[in-house]
Design a protein around this ligand. Structure first.
Ligand SMILES: CCCCCCCCCCCCCC(=O)CC(=O)SCCNC(=O)CCNC(=O)[C@H](O)C(C)(C)COP(=O)(O)OP(=O)(O)OC[C@H]1O[C@@H](n2cnc3c(N)ncnc32)[C@H](O)[C@@H]1OP(=O)(O)O
Ligand SMILES: NC(=O)C1=CN([C@@H]2O[C@H](COP(=O)(O)OP(=O)(O)OC[C@H]3O[C@@H](n4cnc5c(N)ncnc54)[C@H](O)[C@@H]3O)[C@@H](O)[C@H]2O)C=CC1
Length: 804
């Protein structure tokens, strides 16, 4: 990747390009940002300070502070840590090779060819200003310089800097972890060149997959202003109500529509020292009652003094200890500063109902869980309403910042709509809270929500009482806003413009059943008559979790094997129709793309893959093997990928296919899906999931433009009986040593037979239908096995594989 160029003036006289970057500071964020730039293919120089004393190992080795290995120890350790962290900062470990390292004493001249230099040092204004003075001496004239500050004034950072520096300087506030949190807050100073703000926004959205919110230079900008306030309120409610850290986290995570790291686990991930810098900066910057909210309680200060900072120092609010059964996680008691077994709060929630139903049940209940969550949420909502004009341009910016920056499912105003504005305001006032005047006026004017839909367009209210349309990025395709061509109980065929149709799954978790299989076939008929091509794309968290195993299990328990064979045949036929369709079909996988979901993507003319795609043929986990042609499609890809130098390449292709499917390997990224062989070199990867369907449509149109021709039907060379034995050897060895069960071995035998192409001579060339037939026969025979049915049942009930 040679960087990202963007014409910033009509005549394109000035073209900004980011081909190389540099990150100053290799701590929690600096190393994470460098990793994400590497994920995007941008070579990045990572610099940090030199240690001021030798470590014990260095002393023992007779090293001195002048040794390069000593001088680069901090940054070297940070780079090594990237390969061990979980969740992984790198989409594939190989990306680490794009990160070069150095230190701030010996390597500053290397900044000269950086197009973007990001300061990510400790949250201290004076230290940051010194770093900028140092950068200025080495940066090239066109280099963009930015700060990853959590909330220090960016205008305060440019005192004493040159005009060129000021023009090219702005805040670029990534959130932690940088690979996974979508938000990038961009904070221009009074001198930042407008074109550079625009360029950085486009670059971040298209190239880094970020959701950009342009912020005013107010303390903590937007997300941290609300987040830090919410955190401090949570600490105060915890201490006042005598709740434990674990009890607080047990109800302020997924139950509130927030990530499982909730409150204090999130702080452990952030780093308590950094949080205290941020809270203290707020305390210094504010006046009156609001100031006192940011007064840090003594137990937190003590924790930092003890170096109990969270993940970065090995312990913080939580301490993970190794135990005989693996590991156990303890929580800190803020009173005693002792670690204790984790506690949880019981929340009496309805077993059925939507997430919003459960949220309402939680916060309106009178138990301890309800009181705590109501008190936290109520104060956070009121603060958001009070601050909207001071810290942002509208309520949308606040909602986007909290969703993208903290992984919340809804922002404050969306949450307020969900819990009922009128009902919650009544309860707030009943408890003596002061509700901002504009909220009450909105209710008085008959508007019971902050958002509304008018003629299919989403509108939001302003504190002034006017209603505005939400500004949308043109690259976002909202399937619900496009005309439906055809539909059934499992999928919609949607016209997405420019002669392109999109097949959208609508089942729960986009699980594939008969309805989707039928819609695949019908969609192709419609597209071949009236459209240029078909995108298979969805909205939501996951592309597809695979076949509807409830449907398979029920038929199997009723011994309806003939029907199962018919359904599998229908799925195979539909996907063969995709593969050889006269018009191109492009799949747009993202999130979990498992089993049948992967099989839908594999026969397509191409894929537009989200960088966050977790793809794999995982059928062995529920006691079967792929039945939609996935075995042969992965095998064909392995044959394509392997150098044809050795005669044994067929066996190597078969072995790799067998291992990947037998071990139910799932990629941890779109890049890794390519390493596993699912994604071809010609397939493309999108960093911004919001743009995925748009990108898939563009890819399809370029195929049409190039005169797309359906692939030829070719016979497939197989390893036959001899190759079958080779594949099985490994499985039998694992079975003999007790690593896999009898049933695992039975599944492996079926899988190896299918991949080998059955008992035919090695090197035989067979047609695809033959491979599909033996695949379907193996599938149906396994479905009849009681242990397979037990695995399916366990997955349905527990949501995880059963080892039997
Ligand atoms: C209103 C309250 C808001 C909350 C706090 C607000 C703070 C605001 C001020 C911060 C200011 C400074 C920061 C800043 O400027 C801006 C920010 O970035 S704010 C932070 C934004 N980020 C988030 O909100 C994170 C949201 N959470 C997530 O995205 C995911 O949960 C996360 C990616 C963090 C993964 O969480 P994790 O718990 O690590 O999940 P895993 O299950 O994947 O575990 C991985 C690894 O960690 C071990 N582990 C899990 N739980 C614990 C624990 N309690 N203690 C110790 N270790 C734990 C787990 O076992 C795994 O270990 P392995 O051995 O690696 O398998
Ligand atoms: N930790 C988080 O969750 C987030 C932090 N931030 C911000 O990013 C910046 C870095 O924060 P973290 O990475 O968490 O901190 P950290 O403590 O993990 O890393 C700080 C880095 O600064 C370096 N450093 C310390 N003193 C220095 C000096 N005098 N000169 C140059 N470098 C020096 C350290 O060697 C270290 O590499 C801060 O501004 C912080 O507010 C922004 C978003 C999230």
């Amino acid at each position: 990747m040679n960087g990202y160029s963007f014409c910033v003036k009509e005549e394109c006289l000035v073209t900004l390009t980011i081909k190389k970057a540099a990150v100053i500071g290799s701590g929690v964020m600096g190393s994470g940002i460098a990793a994400h730039l590497a994920n995007a293919g941008i070579p990045t120089l990572l610099l940090d300070i030199i240690p001021n004393e030798l470590s014990a190992e260095e002393k023992k080795a007779g090293l001195t502070l002048d040794d390069k290995s000593v001088r680069n120890r901090i940054v070297d350790d940070a780079k090594k840590k990237l390969l061990k962290q979980n969740p992984a900062p790198l989409t594939v470990k190989e990306n680490v090779s794009l990160i070069s390292v150095g230190n701030l004493e010996d390597d500053m001249e290397k900044l000269a060819d950086a197009d973007w230099i990001i300061e990510v040092v400790v949250e201290n204004l004076e230290i940051k200003k010194k770093v900028f003075a140092n950068i200025e001496a080495y940066r090239k004239e066109t280099a963009i310089v930015s700060s990853n500050t959590s909330g220090i004034s960016v205008n305060a950072m440019i005192d004493g800097r040159s005009e060129s520096f000021k023009k090219h300087f702005l805040g670029t506030h990534f959130f932690n972890p940088p690979r996974y949190l979508k938000l990038l807050e961009i904070i221009p100073t009074k001198d930042t060149d407008h074109e550079i703000v625009q360029f950085m926004r486009d670059f971040a959205e298209n190239f880094l997959g970020k959701g950009v919110v342009i912020c005013k230079d107010t303390p903590n900008f937007i997300a941290n202003r609300i987040g830090t306030y919410g955190l401090m309120i949570t600490v105060q409610e915890m201490l006042a109500g005598g709740y434990s850290v674990g009890e607080v986290d047990s109800v302020t995570g997924t139950l509130l529509g927030r990530p499982k790291s909730a409150t204090f686990r999130t702080l452990d991930v952030v780093g308590l020292d950094t949080f205290l810098h941020v809270a203290n900066n707020m305390y210094e910057a504010l006046e009156g009652d609001e100031k006192e909210v940011f007064h840090v309680p003594s137990f937190m200060t003590k924790m930092v003094e003890n170096n109990w900072l969270g993940s970065k120092s090995g312990q913080g609010f939580y301490l993970k200890k190794k135990s005989n059964s693996g590991s156990e996680i303890f929580e800190i008691n803020p009173e005693t500063l002792e670690y204790e077994p984790q506690k949880k709060l019981k929340a009496n929630l309805p077993k059925v109902g939507s997430k919003k139903d459960k949220l309402r049940a939680l916060i309106y209940s009178d138990d301890r869980a309800g009181q705590l969550t109501w008190n936290i949420l109520m104060q956070t909502l009121l603060y958001s309403a009070k601050k909207v004009n001071e810290i942002s341009d509208d309520i949308v910016a606040i909602d986007q910042a909290m969703k993208w920056g903290f992984g919340w499912e809804m922002g404050p105003f969306e949450t307020w709509d969900a819990i009922g504005v009128a009902k919650s305001v009544a309860k707030m006032e009943e408890q003596g809270a002061i509700v901002p005047k504009w909220v009450k006026e909105m209710l008085a004017n008959g508007h019971n929500s902050f958002y509304r839909e008018t003629d299919g367009q989403l509108e939001h209210v302003s504190p002034e009482g006017t209603w505005q349309q939400k500004k949308e990025n043109k690259k976002i395709v909202y399937l619900t806003r496009n005309p439906i061509i055809q539909k059934n109980s499992g999928a919609n065929l949607v016209d997405i413009g420019d002669g392109v149709a999109c097949l959208q799954f609508t089942t729960k978790s986009h699980a594939i059943g008969l309805d989707i299989m039928q819609m695949i076939s019908k969609s192709l008929d419609e597209v071949n008559k009236n459209y240029e091509g078909l995108v298979i794309g969805n909205h939501g968290t996951n592309f597809s979790v695979g076949a509807n195993i409830m449907m398979i299990l029920m038929e199997a328990q009723d011994m309806n094997f003939f029907e199962i064979d018919l359904v599998v045949r229908q799925f195979q036929n539909a996907l063969m129709k995709v593969k050889y369709n006269e018009k191109p079909v492009i799949a747009a996988p993202y999130g979990m793309t498992l089993g049948g979901g992967t099989e839908v993507a594999l026969p397509c003319a191409g894929m537009q893959v989200s960088v966050e795609t977790y793809m794999g043929l995982v059928e062995t986990g529920v006691g079967i093997i792929p039945g939609g042609g996935g075995n042969k499609e992965l095998y064909i890809r392995q044959i394509e990928n392997l150098p044809k130098k050795s005669g044994a390449f067929l066996q190597e292709a078969a072995n790799k296919t067998f291992e990947t499917i037998a071990m139910a390997k799932v990629s941890k990224s779109g890049h890794e899906a390519r390493k596993l062989g699912y994604v071809r070199e010609r397939d493309d990867i999108s960093f911004n999931n919001d743009f995925l369907i748009h990108d898939a449509k563009s890819k399809l149109l370029s195929l049409v433009e190039a005169g797309y021709q359906a692939p030829q039907r070719n016979k497939i060379p197989v390893v036959g009986e001899a190759g079958y034995a080779v594949m099985l050897m490994g499985a039998k060895t694992m079975h003999n040593s007790g690593y896999i069960s009898d049933h695992d071995l039975k599944i492996a035998e079926k899988l190896a037979y299918v991949i080998a192409g059955g008992y035919v001579p090695e090197g035989s060339e067979v047609d695809e239908q033959y491979l599909l037939d033996i695949e379907r026969e193996a599938f149906v025979s396994l479905v009849g096995e009681p242990k397979t049915q037990a695995r399916m049942h366990h997955m349905l009930v527990k949501g995880k594989p059963l080892r039997n």
